[in-house]
Design a protein around this ligand. Structure first.
Ligand SMILES: [Zn+2]
Length: 168
């Protein structure tokens, strides 16, 4: 399980869906990948976005092989911004869900920089990986029982995104 950041300052959380669309255009259009490189994204308010299906291996422009990794993307540049509690909690929830759903080991969450030469996931977020903070949050979710992530699509998803973009 590997955590990433976008490396682009997010600023206001209203920007989050638009930034993901930009990211998707870059990855599909310029890089020629099937979709955005990661499995789920998490914004500063803890909203979780479905990116590529977890059954499909991630992509990377760096020199590690993401086969077998579940990839979570936190929106922001954590060399310049501070990760929020809501963002960490939702990243942990997504990792716990993936560990249960895909039977992957729940005791190995790492930062991208542990596998490749990159600043990702940024100093502030990486400190939360190294300290065991993120791992502790994942374990807490797993200890509490089955992690259920409810997927929304269609009009309900459109409405949810519109609310995020309106700052509600
Ligand atoms: Zn990364």
């Amino acid at each position: 399980m590997t955590i990433h950041h976008t490396g682009a300052v997010l600023g206001d959380n209203k920007n989050a869906p638009g930034r993901l669309r930009q990211h998707q255009r870059l990855h599909q259009g310029e890089r020629g990948w099937i979709d955005i490189a990661y499995h789920v994204g998490v914004d500063r308010n803890g909203n979780i976005y479905e990116l590529r299906r977890p059954e499909i291996v991630g992509d990377t422009a760096t020199e590690y092989n993401p086969t077998g990794h579940f990839l979570v993307l936190c929106e922001g540049d954590f060399d310049q911004e501070v990760v929020t509690e809501a963002q960490l909690d939702s990243a942990a929830l997504a990792f716990a869900w993936a560990a249960q759903t895909y039977k992957i080991s729940d005791d190995v969450v790492r930062g991208h920089r542990d596998f490749a030469s990159t600043a990702c996931p940024g100093a502030d977020l990486y400190a939360r990986v190294q300290s065991g903070d993120l791992q502790g949050r994942i374990e807490k979710n797993i200890a509490a029982g089955t992690v259920d992530l409810r997927s929304v699509c269609g009009p309900e998803a459109k409405d949810a995104v519109a609310k995020i973009e309106a700052g509600l």
